[in-house]
Design a protein around this ligand. Structure first.
Ligand code: FES
Length: 129
């Protein structure tokens, strides 16, 4: 039921782990299934230079986090915000309809990590750098 690309990212996940002292951290959960995803970002001059994930979840959630971190690396923060769960699912050569919500977790995790970065960045600027 899963594409080869999904199986590949599930079996050999890219960017798994956690960035120490990350510039943005996003943790999201899906109350329906109880799965949890944590995204950490390294951001330099508004560009995502590194992204890692830890996912306690199903195969589709792990493959989605792996693909999502691949897709946003090297992108600006605004470009990363435009990466939708549909884009993640398409990059994975599709997800079964009942598993599309798992890719939503990746989109939410990225948004939350960027929100975290922006709130800290704003706070730093307000404090004079
Ligand atoms: Fe929970 Fe996939 S079933 S994220």
């Amino acid at each position: 039921m899963y594409s080869e690309r999904v199986m590949d990212h599930f079996m050999n996940p890219r960017n798994m782990g956690e960035i120490p002292d990350a510039d943005g951290v996003g943790e999201v959960g899906n109350p329906a299934c109880g799965d949890i995803m944590r995204i950490t970002l390294r951001i330099e001059e508004d560009r995502i230079v590194d992204a890692k994930f830890k996912t306690f979840g199903c195969a589709a959630a792990i493959a989605s986090s792996s693909m999502a971190t691949e897709l946003i690396r090297g992108k600006t923060v605004d470009e990363a915000l435009a990466v939708t769960n549909r884009a993640v699912a398409e990059a994975l050569e599709g997800l079964p309809p009942q598993k599309l919500h798992c890719s939503v977790l990746a989109e939410e995790g990225i948004h939350k990590a960027i929100d975290d970065y922006r709130s800290r960045h704003g706070a730093r600027e307000a404090n004079g750098g």
